[in-house]
Design a protein. Structure first.
Lengths: 273, 255
């Protein structure tokens, strides 16, 4: 029997935040339908506040959907993060009280894995993320990009089959972001995991992804799913290829109006219209 | 701050302490301050050494330090536990905040006779006074510390499927640790104050009782020796905590 090509699925998912004192309920997301294919690199772009991070948290099981269902590997996601799902957040989530090594080993120790296997997996992940020389350093001694790599290594050692990245490079400078993009692509090729990346950077989404979902202003819905058709062994040099501009232009075509809506302005007609 | 700068700060601190003690010594020896009022620090140190060597104060010291340790440990554990619980229920916290704000305006020692009436003239009322003095400082420090734990840590805990107690112990406690040191230092100070002051008011033994007894007996040498002992112990404990806190902050902040 052929394996199910759908790795994770959102069906009619909405998320409405209940009213808090003096404020109305906030309809943050949806309805959204999405199918993530096994082993694909999928990015989500959208204007600020459109519900991108909410989408990721609903998919991870960190928030319940108000309506609709979330499935991972054919099982409904309910109440907790399913086994096989790893999440990397935008904020620095490294543990400042632990060394780089102990940060990376955190999840494995909690899972009660034996020492030799921890040694092997952590050593491997730190080498892969270029952190081998810093394994005894504390996060405060590292740059922002390196701290984010520590968080990725901590996720990587658990060998997740679905990796959810919530704007992990948002706080980094442009050059470091490009290089981190290369590292995520290497990671993706090596692990074979499905990746969902939330980002506000169109070039990042266009460079990294097999498909890019463009979201509307709040409540976020998918306006377009853009196939990039990049080869699997791509890297950041793809930004100089002819087709790259066409992908980003298509993304921006949708996003321009939505971003203006999100800013409370009406979208002007495109030039030449 | 680099190592050299820290050494310079340490040297300045030492100069200030030696300067103050030396000035006091000189003022007393020059009879600017009468010797019957206060002993020169060198004589206090000599009296303390003799007292410790004689073993006369050993029982009082052991009793007081035991009571302080009991008050300290219970207030740290209790204060942290209560802080974690209250932090999880924001409504309860809002309700209790005014009590925390006015807690130290209450003159606790008015309850000491009540505790003696309930528990008799034992160590328990003394420990309870130390505990009552210290516990809220730890609770407030815990609440402040937990407020400063980045929200993303709670998400990371959920990604690792950590239960509530596990999250508190392995995630929130270490993440809030640098902020908890303020509470720890206050707990040390308040435990000593609560215990020694209670012994001072009414107790059959203990350092506070011994100091009060020496005072009533015009035994200045014993009184100042014991006071010096208390000062040295409290300052040493706080310096150890301060050093530990600084080491942790250096690790946390990469200083």
């Amino acid at each position: 029997m052929a394996p199910n090509p759908v790795h994770a699925r959102l069906s009619g998912v909405t998320r409405v935040y209940a009213a808090v004192a003096g404020y109305r309920p906030v309809h943050a997301l949806g309805p959204v339908d999405l199918e993530l294919r096994h082993g694909e690199f999928f990015s989500v772009v959208g204007p600020s506040g459109c519900g991108k991070s909410t989408l990721l948290e609903v998919m991870a099981g960190l928030q319940p959907p108000s309506e609709g269902t979330v499935e991972f590997e054919g099982k409904k996601v309910a109440g907790e993060v399913p086994d096989g799902v790893g999440v990397v957040f935008q904020e620095d989530a490294s543990f400042p009280w632990l060394t780089v090594w102990d940060n990376a080993a955190f999840g494995l120790r909690r899972a009660g894995m034996d020492g030799a296997e921890i040694e092997r997996r952590v050593g491997d992940a730190l080498a892969f993320m270029g952190l081998k020389d810093f394994q005894q350093a504390y996060p405060a001694q590292l740059s922002g990009g390196m701290r984010q790599r520590v968080c990725i290594a901590r996720t990587l050692v658990l060998q997740p089959r679905l990796i959810l990245l919530d704007e992990p490079f948002g706080a980094l400078d442009a050059q470091t972001r490009l290089l981190m993009g290369d590292e995520v692509l290497r990671l993706w090729r090596r692990t074979g995991a499905t990746i969902l990346l939330i980002t506000h950077a169109l070039d990042e989404a266009a460079m990294l992804s097999d498909r890019v979902g463009v979201m509307s202003a709040r409540p976020g819905r998918f306006l377009d799913l853009v196939e990039t058709n990049w080869p699997k062994d791509r890297d950041s040099t793809i930004v100089s290829q002819a087709g790259f501009g066409a992908v980003t232009a298509r993304l921006w075509h949708h996003l321009r109006g939505e971003s203006m809506k999100a800013m409370g302005q009406s979208a002007p007609a495109p030039a030449g219209a | 701050m680099n190592h050299g700068a820290m050494n310079r700060v340490g040297t300045i601190r030492l100069i200030v302490i030696v300067g103050l003690v030396g000035t006091l010594e000189l003022l007393i020896r020059a009879d600017v301050i009468p010797r019957r009022t206060i002993l020169p620090p060198s004589e206090m140190a000599e009296a303390l050494a003799n007292l410790l060597a004689s073993g006369k104060a050993t029982q009082d010291i052991v009793q007081t330090l035991t009571c302080v340790a009991a008050a300290l440990v219970s207030s740290i554990i209790g204060g942290f536990g209560v802080g974690v619980l209250i932090h999880r229920v924001p409504r309860l916290r809002r309700a209790l905040d005014p009590f925390f704000a006015t807690y130290y305006a209450v003159p606790f020692f008015i309850f000491y006779p009540v505790l003696i009436a309930i528990f008799d003239l034992s160590l328990l009322p003394i420990i309870l006074m130390g505990f009552a003095f210290a516990v809220i400082a730890m609770t407030i420090a815990t609440l402040n510390g937990l407020d400063r734990v980045p929200k993303v840590m709670a998400k990371v805990a959920r990604v690792h499927r950590m239960a509530g107690f596990d999250t508190a112990l392995r995630m929130k406690l270490p993440a809030a640790a640098p902020h908890l040191f303020t509470g720890l230092k206050l707990c040390v100070a308040y435990s000593f104050i609560g215990v020694i002051a209670s012994e001072f008011i009414l107790a059959p033994s203990g350092l506070g009782h011994a100091i009060a007894y020496a005072y009533n007996d015009f035994d200045n040498r014993t009184m100042y020796a014991l006071m010096l002992f208390v000062l040295v112990v409290v300052i040493t404990a706080n310096m150890i905590l301060h050093g530990w806190e600084q080491r942790l902050l250096r690790r946390w902040q990469g200083r």
